[in-house]
Design a protein around this ligand. Structure first.
Ligand SMILES: Cc1ncc(COP(=O)(O)OP(=O)(O)O)c(N)n1
Ligand SMILES: Cc1ncsc1CCOP(=O)(O)O
Length: 505
């Protein structure tokens, strides 16, 4: 079966060198499995060294392109970049308003291109146009992605201040429009390149090492098109941005020298290289999360089937079937026997030579000398990871997508859980099931870096397909606790997981 790619519309200028502009957008979208359709705003005569001439298309032709595409198929997402005249800015605002009203689920990213990064004569747009961009477009877009120069020109706010100060000065814009600001750090001078995603309540930084490379043409176009492509695939903004940053790092590493100036970026494909994943930072993050030291390692030979159970009785049952990793997940913090249950769970783990994790209660887990603790994303904001690490406990962390994986990975945990893969009855999940394709991508990204555990809706029928994605372990609740015969279900689930090892390794 052929899978239909998501459709993105790129509204911008033709770059005759094809290093940037719509030509770069086409290559990026295609590299990321999207079908790119274009609305040309201008033709530019440029090469790798200079912009020689810019000629806007007529208003009539601009409108005809929108209408022609709209008559056919609506897009999954839209990227707007170079708008060379006030007339085209206003027309674009009109079309975006219409798109937002008729197709509210369509994501819109605005990359306010004003100049090319070539060496000479690089202006693409007159200053008078810049002034009207925010006025007309900000209310219609989900994300605006200026670089430092564009940011300063558009807002008059200096980019040379702390991110907290910049955030405070954007208050007036947040009051006008809920659009997020992605302030790109590519033109900065520090040895790290941080892109800040800002909204009224939060500041999240995506940090990569600043690479000393010279083939950097089209970096801004490529980043915003990668962002819009991932959004078109249905990733939420934080995941899409994490992936876009990983993509641009890969693209910068694979740039090619074509022409006498800076050459174009490479097109590295779906981001599956752990080295390219950004570090996630935020001024509001729990300071206790940065231990800077890895957590104690798991025994990879004792992963496989990972039952998650809510009582010591269940734990004893599964361990007796020979599983070597399990979790005690008691959701009632007022359970009067909590400490005793945790002690019994630890004793069972020792008796069966198994890796037993305690969900949530990290202080008790430390006090009682547990093998490890499992924490969710919200727990990370309050737990003292430094203490857990210093006590030598293993740490497992729940994640639900690329952003949380990047955040978890910088903590260097003992394993990363990936969920939920299928719909589950066991827990109300705020996010959508991830499915097998995403799981396989995560497993590839993390292979050999940190052990992985898949969780959520995994039944006997689905186990083989999950195991074949390459995850190290499969966590499940109801496939065991609701089985007619939980003992034999545990043994047979364990055997099915282990048999993928024989086939695949
Ligand atoms: C192996 C494994 N993966 C994920 C979870 C979920 O943990 P968390 O996000 O903390 O949610 P609750 O379990 O607390 O509902 C898990 N327990 N184990
Ligand atoms: C605790 C948890 N975290 C993510 S999904 C899930 C529940 C898994 O239960 P089941 O295997 O019954 O779907």
């Amino acid at each position: 079966m052929t899978i239909k790619p998501p459709v993105i519309w790129c509204v911008g200028g033709s770059d005759s060198s094809a290093h940037a502009g719509l030509q770069a957008d086409l290559r990026t979208g295609q590299d990321l499995g999207c079908h790119v359709q274009t609305i040309v705003t201008c033709i530019t005569a440029q090469n790798s060294k200079e912009v020689q001439s810019v000629e806007a298309v007529s208003l009539a032709m601009f409108n005809r392109q929108w209408q022609a595409l709209l008559d056919d198929v609506p897009p999954n997402a839209i990227k707007v970049s170079l708008l060379p005249t006030i007339e085209l800015v206003k027309a674009c605002a009109h079309w975006l308003r219409k798109m937002k009203a008729d197709f509210p689920q369509v994501s819109i990213v605005f990359d306010p291109v004003m100049a090319a990064s070539s060496e000479l004569g690089n202006r693409l747009q007159s200053t008078s146009v810049g002034v009207c961009l925010l006025q007309n477009l900000l209310a219609q877009v989900d994300v605006i992605t200026p670089n430092l120069m564009e940011f300063e020109t558009l807002t008059g706010v200096s980019g040379e201040q702390s991110i907290e100060k910049i955030h405070r000065q954007l208050a007036a814009y947040f009051a006008l429009s809920p659009s997020r600001w992605l302030l790109k750090g590519g033109h900065g001078v520090s040895d790290q390149s941080t892109d800040w995603l800002l909204d009224v309540n939060s500041m999240v930084g995506f940090v990569s090492p600043r690479l000393s490379v010279s083939n950097t043409r089209g970096t801004g176009c490529t980043l915003s098109t990668a962002l819009v492509s991932f959004m078109a695939h249905g990733y939420d903004l934080l995941d899409a941005m994490t992936m876009a940053k990983a993509y641009i790092t890969g693209a910068l590493k694979t740039g090619v020298q074509i022409g006498k100036g800076a050459g174009p970026l490479g097109r590295p494909g779906w981001p599956l290289q752990i080295d390219n994943l950004p570090e996630i930072v935020s001024p509001n993050m729990n300071a206790q999360t940065s231990t800077n030291l890895p957590f104690a390692k798991m025994d990879l030979n004792k992963m496989g089937l990972y039952p998650v159970v809510d009582s010591v009785e269940w734990l004893a049952l599964v361990l007796k079937q020979g599983v070597k990793i399990a979790q005690l997940r008691i959701k009632d913090p007022h359970d009067v026997d909590l400490e005793s249950h945790i002690q019994q769970a630890i004793a069972l783990g020792i008796e069966h030579d198994a890796q037993v994790f305690i969900n949530d209660y990290w202080q008790l887990a430390i006090e009682c000398g547990a093998y490890g603790v499992h924490l969710g994303q919200e727990d990370l904001d309050v737990a003292d990871l430094v203490q857990i690490q210093a006590a030598g406990l293993r740490l497992g962390i729940s994640t639900h997508g690329y952003y949380e994986i990047a955040r978890a990975q910088s903590i260097q945990p003992s394993y990363i859980a990936l969920g939920h893969i299928f719909p589950t009855q066991t827990k109300d999940m705020p996010s959508q099931p991830q499915g097998l394709t995403r799981l396989a991508h995560y497993a590839t990204l993390l292979k050999g870096v940190v052990p992985t555990v898949a969780i959520g809706g995994i039944s006997a029928e689905r186990l083989t397909a999950v195991a074949q994605t390459g995850v190290d372990s499969v966590a499940l609740v109801t496939a065991i606790t609701r089985a007619e015969n939980p003992e034999s279900a545990t043994r047979s689930l364990k055997a099915s997981f282990e048999c993928r090892n024989e086939v695949w390794l």
